[in-house]
Design a protein around this ligand. Sequence first.
Ligand code: FES
Length: 123
Amino acid sequence: MGWTYLCDAADVAPNSLKLVKAAGVQIVVANYGSGFRALPPICPHMEEPLEESGVIANCVLTCTKHLWAWNLASLELLGETEKPLKTYETKEEGGKVLAQIDQELTYDFEDEDDMDDDFFSKS
Ligand code: FES
């Protein structure tokens, strides 16, 4: 798969996030000051839209809902964060942000109701 245009680099100010649609997939573009990341649009914790719940400072993306946080340069998990961020391979070229979108990246979310059902059916 080739590189897909997401947005102009100038469209995403440093330390901000922008929701875009490319190749039929919703993607949040994060500018962490020294680079860009292209991410699925929701927090891997409880599906908050990162464009609204996310803040970036000092290379760190924090979801303000429950304070999960990741270093956007290294993708290191910080604090109480339990799940890694998924990312599309990204590059900036000629003032444009491009990503490899081979397939839509999604997270698995546990359905608590289902877990309860399993629990009772086994007992
Ligand atoms: S929903 Fe993002 S930290 Fe909980």
